[in-house]
Design a protein around this ligand. Structure first.
Ligand SMILES: C[S@@+](CC[C@H](N)C(=O)[O-])C[C@H]1O[C@@H](n2cnc3c(N)ncnc32)[C@H](O)[C@@H]1O
Length: 176
């Protein structure tokens, strides 16, 4: 929610380096993928809904460095993420927009399980801090078990040296 270019630049500055690759989970209309396009060599965005993924491919077709992939991000990241440092923007949450997929589920734990295994200097950004803990007015009441502690715990052992909340985004800066 409200993930702007200014916020992304702020988080990148805090991270201290700018990876070449940006990987987003949950594409929807492609707004964030488009926003990120000029900032990275490559933008990869994963969408569960076939209809939305195909629509996003059309919407983003003018951007040479953006690729839309259809699938479940919770199981696909490990096969398509580069082995080099990357920004991971995790936004594959069920939401109330018509046609979106994954309601009542969260891909987050599968995504973090994979991210825990990486040994490069990634920047992990999780959207929708307002829904952490399953706030009843948020789009994700099933996020009752999603908290800063559980999220940091899920990548325990991979070298998260710092984490910080930036408005509605939670960022984890990883070191080798
Ligand atoms: C909040 S929207 C994404 C908004 C988009 N990131 C943006 O900022 O423009 C969430 C999207 O995640 C998708 N989604 C839900 N579960 C998913 C999963 N397991 N894998 C990939 N996409 C998923 C939904 O269909 C929906 O399009």
């Amino acid at each position: 929610m409200n993930f702007t270019r200014e916020r992304l630049e702020e988080i990148l500055e805090w991270h201290g380096t700018r990876p070449e690759d940006y990987i987003e989970t949950g594409t929807m209309y492609g707004a964030t993928a488009r926003m990120a396009s000029p900032l990275f060599e490559s933008v990869l965005t994963i969408e569960l809904s076939l209809v939305i993924a195909e629509d996003a491919m059309r919407r983003l077709a003018d951007l040479d460095n953006v690729r839309v992939v259809q699938g479940n991000s919770g199981v696909m990241l490990n096969t398509i993420a580069p082995g080099t440092p990357a920004v991971f923007y995790l936004d594959a949450h069920g939401c109330k927009e018509p046609g979106t997929a994954g309601q009542g589920q969260t891909a987050l734990w599968g995504e973090l399980e994979y991210l825990r295994t990486r040994i490069v200097e990634d920047l992990i950004i999780i959207d929708d801090v307002h829904a952490f803990g399953g706030g009843a007015d948020g789009p994700n009441p099933f996020w009752a078990d999603v908290t800063i502690d559980t999220v940091v715990g899920a990548v325990d052992g991979r070298g998260v040296c710092r984490f910080k909340v930036f408005g509605d985004q939670f960022a984890m800066s990883c070191r080798v």
